[in-house]
Design a protein around this ligand. Structure first.
Ligand code: SER
Length: 641
């Protein structure tokens, strides 16, 4: 069964159940500055799940183009893709569990024809702390559905993922897991949800490919095991709750269903083949690569590269179709990375390389346009086709040039048996050779790379390439509007709060502030815990509430350093520097009491004059904490109602 057939069947199935088919939202989100790409079907529908009436009614269905940048590194195994289509159906306060679960079951078993024996399901075990009951109703519905197919479905308790690896299958068919597995919100588990975020318990369906368990993942296999035997093919979220400012959960005005199922995964299950790259949409592209490389897809030395080229070129095609262009920042950077990784792996496969429209990557893109133009007419026009092929070829040429000299240098330095931080640094800065490529090539050859040394060298490099305190935030501020200025002052509070919670060795490594959000990169060696994030948020909000004055002074550099003002190590500052200090209460320009300030930084401004002005923008909230490089973390935060 092809992707197009499954998509059409799904849309028609729910249309027959009085759902309105709505188009996929663009892959580049509209009016949502918090994420670069649409990553799930519900994301564009959030206001309706919160209670606003949808103009097209309270039963909706679609197939949503989705992209998850965080999965780039995972691509290469048999299940991860960056781009995917998420089949979604929604009840906005209309039907609920007793319709949703039987419908999805019927769709899988009747429409797609999956063998019921191969289906396993999970349900929510309950969460006393947050007053969310155990989902016995879903378990009972599933039991009856399986009984109707003459399958006695044993219900078993699991708990967490770790419990799953310990307890194993227990001959179960219906598995109770905790919130780490059977709760869904954009922010994850209940504790991670900010106030105002909707979420709820969910029930997932897994397909059993029957492959042997790989004990590398844990002693026993269970539906949520990562060994590859089970693949999650659909998730019915019962979007019922709204997180309150006091941390508790209240019922939403409407009890919604938010269903999401990976189209490609359902297609893999329909073929009973665990390799999602074996589905029809990839067939022509992989066939083309086999033809022009003379390599076999099944040759384990090359399988990963085949998959990376196929995945990345499909994602790149959709991004280019959505107006993204290769660049060094944000979306454009993600696209550039996809194209360059694809080029690198095409090279690894040894594909014959044509020019312009004959380029292998352009040919891959043309294949995907063919496959998808019926469902996504935005890919059809001659103009879009021209742009897609021109942009790919332009990027390829530029990268080929970079690679050629970089590869030569890499091979030279790799002779030493390891890659020193200096070598990696020179490869990156002089040859423009991506560090991840150095890592990847070194990994393939089984040689070490001094990653920490590289991070340190990069840090020094960045510091030296900036000069002067006035410059410090200039690059990081999108503009000097009121909103950006509030976030800029919040950024100072945040850095100090991070030092209080994580220790004084935390230093700023980069910053970027727009009207919508702030971003800070800082040195710290581990993922922050939930408690640490909460504590940082609490401190920042406390300081906002304390209404601390922001005092600007210009003083001799030595004096500012003595006061412990934050600045960038190694950067060149003028003799007189501009310094911003927050607090203490009662500080004035005439009597700044800099030694008693809560936070003090070398900085060019602009800032609010009192932290209470930040409070007018909302409550300070951390949205994301993630790694950006070895020893460097990134936080994104907003002011929200
Ligand atoms: N929102 C859920 C998910 O992304 C179901 O649509 O998995």
């Amino acid at each position: 069964m092809t992707i197009n057939e499954i998509r059409t069947k799904y849309l028609k199935f729910f249309e027959a159940r009085r759902h309105t088919i709505i188009p996929s939202a663009p892959i580049v989100p509209q009016n949502d500055p918090t994420t670069l790409f649409t990553g799930s079907g519900m994301q564009p529908l959030i206001t309706y799940l919160l209670g606003a009436p949808h103009p097209q009614g309270n039963r909706l269905v679609n197939s949503q183009k989705s992209f998850r940048a965080e999965d780039i590194e995972e691509v290469g195994d048999n299940r991860h893709t960056t781009f995917f289509e998420m089949l979604g159906n929604w009840s906005l306060g209309d039907y609920f569990k007793k319709e949703q679960l039987p419908w999805f079951f019927e769709f899988l078993t009747k429409e797609i024809g999956l063998d019921t024996q191969k289906l396993y399901v999970t349900v929510f075990i309950g969460d006393e702390k947050n007053n969310v009951p155990r989902d016995t109703e879903s378990a009972e519905i599933w039991q009856k559905l399986f009984a109707d197919k003459d399958i006695e479905a044993k219900v078993v308790e699991v708990g967490s993922e770790a419990d799953g690896y310990r307890l194993g299958m227990q001959e179960g068919r219906i598995f109770f897991y905790d919130a780490s597995k059977n709760w869904w919100s954009r922010a994850g588990v209940p504790e991670n949800m900010p106030a105002g975020e909707p979420g709820g318990p969910d029930s997932e369906v897994f397909y059993d490919f029957g492959t042997p368990h790989d004990p590398k993942f844990g002693p026993e296999c269970h539906p949520n095991c990562d060994c590859g035997r089970f693949l999650e093919i659909g998730n019915s979220v019962f979007m019922q709750y709204l997180k309150q400012p006091d941390g508790s959960f209240e019922l939403l005005p409407k009890q919604n269903v938010d269903f999401g199922g990976g189209l490609e995964r359902i297609a893999a299950a329909a073929q009973n083949n665990p390799d999602v790259f074996a589905i029809d949409v990839f067939a022509d592209t992989i066939g083309l690569l086999i033809h022009f490389s003379g390599k076999e897809y099944t040759d384990s030395r090359y399988t990963r590269s085949f998959r990376i080229v196929a995945d990345h070129m499909r994602a790149a095609t959709f991004m280019l179709g959505a107006g993204v262009r290769p660049a060094n920042t944000e979306r454009g950077y993600v696209l550039r990375r996809l194209l360059r990784r694809a080029a690198q792996h095409a090279q690894k496969l040894g594909v014959e390389h044509g020019e312009g429209k004959e380029s292998m990557l352009v040919k891959c893109a043309v294949n995907f346009i063919e496959k998808y133009k019926q469902a996504y007419p935005e890919l059809v026009s001659e103009e879009v086709y021209q742009i897609i092929s021109d942009e790919i070829w332009k990027e390829e040429k530029q990268f080929a040039h970079t690679l050629e000299s970089g590869m030569r240098e890499f091979e030279k330095v790799a002779q030493a048996g390891h890659i020193s931080s200096d070598d990696a640094f020179v490869l990156f800065t002089t040859y423009g050779f991506p560090f991840e490529m150095t890592l990847e090539l070194a990994h393939e050859r089984g040689i070490d790379v001094d990653e920490d040394g590289f991070a340190t060298a990069m840090k020094k490099h960045r510091e030296l390439s900036r000069a002067g305190s006035e410059q410090k935030f200039k690059g990081g501020l999108a503009d000097t509007s009121e909103k950006t200025t509030r976030l800029h002052t919040a950024h100072h509070l945040l850095l100090k709060a991070l030092q209080i919670v994580l220790g004084p060795t935390v230093k700023q490594r980069g910053s970027n502030i727009t009207q919508e959000r702030l971003r800070i990169d800082f040195s710290y060696g581990a993922k922050m815990t939930l408690e640490q994030l909460k504590e940082v948020e609490r401190i920042v909000n406390e300081k906002i509430a304390e209404a601390l004055p922001m005092i600007h002074s210009t003083l001799p550099k030595e004096e500012a350093e003595k006061l412990g003002a934050e600045h960038e190590f190694g950067a060149k500052y003028p003799d007189m520097v501009s310094v911003y200090a927050l607090g203490p209460k009662g500080a004035t320009k005439a009597n700044p009491q800099l030694d008693k300030a809560f936070s003090i930084e070398f900085c060019g401004g602009p800032h609010v004059s009192n932290t209470k002005e930040i409070g007018e923008g909302g409550t300070f909230k951390i949205q994301k904490e993630e790694a950006v490089a070895a020893g460097i973390r990134r936080i994104k935060a907003v002011l929200t109602d």
